[in-house]
Design a protein around this ligand. Structure first.
Ligand SMILES: [Mg+2]
Length: 353
């Protein structure tokens, strides 16, 4: 949030982008307006883009096809999945060709195979004499998993085998609401075997490190873009990457002030990466950004915005709130004050430009 204002597009400071998908590139079946064109323009500038996804159930070709069908540049090698990060973690420790129980969907099976390991489907694994010598377990979300598959995993894990999980998102958003995600299924096994897996997906660094390998860029010249504070922004911070928090997804300013994170940039959408970034600056007890000036007074924000763009108000307001948060201001005051920014954004006629 202390970045200086430049006349260059924001993206000019970077050689690579680690881009989140849901809430950034698409929402459900539809593209976020302007996102595919922005990605085309970013790639046309010579900046590399990879898409990092915690979704371990889908294979990269399927994800890339969805992105490309929306008009954004993507091939399978541009998709970095938590299943691939999990398989890479195991391949670093196991001999080539080692058998790994694939407790997950096709994404987990394919990632293990591509990493030179032999996936053993939980449904086909019969413990006992003559069974495959399974050397580890990779757990990811799989819609077809059954109780019996978890029984087999529990039996193997009870003997102390290495256990890697693709991601620990407790919930999986579906059109009707929240369904159990891989994190919930991890807890099911934790309750039985009494230990926890190594988790590689966001917000844990291994997925970001795999993305950096794929990009061939250094962390200092790589930008992570995402909509969720607890996964995308926390993960970027844990890996030492600058981050751009986009407002086209689920989290709102009140979610940010309730966290311990401070994204490097607050942008409306991916299109803002192609314009100069107006950073907030401290201004006599308040914060200024472009034409907006915001001051925190106890539990509410005093906003002077004149002709300011709503995102300038959000940036100045968040700078005020995060500065107070980091000085230990009461969190209920900050949340109440942040509601002003939530409403401002929600009232905005168009969240994307
Ligand atoms: Mg997202």
């Amino acid at each position: 949030m202390d970045t200086e204002t430049s006349t260059q597009p924001l993206i000019a400071g970077y050689d690579g982008v680690v881009c989140d998908l849901d809430g950034v590139v698409y929402r459900g079946p539809d593209a976020v307006p302007g996102a595919p064109k922005a990605l085309q323009d970013i790639v046309a500038r010579g900046v590399r883009v990879v898409y990092a996804t915690n979704n371990a159930s889908r294979v990269p070709t399927e994800v890339a096809t969805q992105i490309a069908d929306l008009g954004a540049p993507a091939t399978a090698s541009d998709v970095v999945s938590s299943a691939q990060a999990g398989a890479a973690r195991l391949a670093a420790d196991l001999p080539p060709g080692a058998a790994v129980l694939a407790l997950g969907g096709e994404g987990v099976v394919e990632a293990l195979r591509d990493a030179g390991l032999v996936p053993v489907a939980a449904a086909r694994h019969q413990p006992g004499p003559g069974a495959d010598e399974v050397a580890a377990v990779l757990q990811g979300f799989g819609k077809e998993l059954r109780v019996r598959d978890f029984e087999r995993a529990a039996r193997l894990l009870s003997s102390g085998l290495p256990w890697v999980a693709t991601n620990d998102d407790a919930t999986l958003p579906l059109p009707w609401g929240q369904s159990p995600g891989n994190g919930a299924y991890i807890e099911l096994l934790v309750a039985v075997v009494g230990r926890r897996p190594d988790v590689v997906g966001k917000p844990h660094p291994p997925l970001y490190r795999l993305a950096l390998d794929r990009l061939g860029t250094v962390a200092a010249r790589t930008l992570a873009v995402g909509d969720r504070i607890g996964t995308d922004i926390v993960g970027a911070e844990a890996t030492g990457l600058d981050s751009a928090w986009v407002l086209t997804g689920v989290d709102r300013p009140s979610d940010l002030v309730a966290s311990e994170s401070s994204p490097t940039y607050v942008v409306v959408s991916l299109a803002d990466l192609l314009t100069p970034y107006a950073a907030p600056v401290a201004d006599a007890g308040g914060w200024r950004c472009g034409a907006a000036r915001v001051e925190l007074d106890a539990d509410h924000l005093v906003v002077e915005h004149g002709s300011a763009d709503p995102v300038e108000v959000v940036r100045a307001g968040l700078a005020a709130l995060l500065a107070s948060r980091d000085e230990g201001a009461p969190s209920e005051h900050l949340r109440r004050a942040a509601a002003t920014l939530d409403r401002l954004f929600d009232d905005s006629p168009t969240p994307t430009r």
